[in-house]
Write a protein of this length. Structure first.
Length: 151
C-alpha cells in the first residue's frame, strides 16, 4: 500500500508552476494597506503611491439622457508595483474601469469613469471609491454635473 501512496504523490509534485514574467506582480507587491500604519519608515517608503492629476471632474451642463466619460489619469510615484483591486461607484448610473495589470513605479495609468444621466436631474455628485495596495488603501474620485431636462 505504501507504493500506491507514493505513486500518487509523485505526479502531484511534478506539476510545474508558471514562472512570473518581468512586469507581473509578486507576493511582495501585495501589501496590507489597512495595517500600513504599523510599518516601519523604511517599509512604508517601499510602498506604491497613487498620484492623480485631479480627483474631481465637472461635466458641466448635461442634457438628461447623455452618457459621458472621463479618464482620471494617475501615476505610480511609489517604489513598488501598484495594484488597483477595486473601483466602485456609489450608484448604478456611474461605472468605472481601472487598469487590470499592475502599474510599475514611474508608470502612468487611468481609471475610466462613465456617467449615465438618464433619470438624473439638477446638480449631481457621484463618488468612485478606488481600492489599491497603497496607504491609505482607498482614494475617492468625484464627478459632478448639472443635469437639465431634455425637453
Amino acid at each position: 500500500m505504501a507504493t500506491i501512496g507514493l505513486s500518487l504523490v509523485l505526479p502531484l509534485s511534478s506539476c510545474h508552476q508558471k514562472t512570473a514574467k518581468e512586469g507581473d506582480f509578486t507576493v511582495k507587491d501585495v501589501h496590507i494597506p489597512q495595517t500600513a500604519s504599523g510599518l516601519s519608515q523604511k517599509e512604508a517608503e517601499k510602498m506604491p503611491v497613487i498620484t492623480f492629476e485631479t480627483k474631481t471632474y465637472d461635466f458641466g451642463e448635461v442634457v438628461e439622457g447623455e452618457r459621458l466619460t472621463y479618464a482620471f489619469k494617475f501615476k505610480n510615484t511609489g517604489k513598488s508595483n501598484l495594484i488597483i483591486y477595486s473601483s466602485e461607484a456609489t450608484c448604478g448610473c456611474t461605472t468605472s474601469k481601472p487598469p487590470k495589470a499592475p502599474v510599475r513605479p514611474g508608470e502612468s495609468g487611468e481609471i475610466t469613469v462613465t456617467f449615465d444621466s438618464k433619470g438624473q436631474k439638477g446638480k449631481i455628485q457621484k463618488r468612485i471609491l478606488v481600492g489599491a495596495n497603497t496607504y491609505p488603501a482607498e482614494t475617492i474620485l468625484t464627478i459632478t454635473a448639472n443635469v437639465t431636462s431634455n425637453k
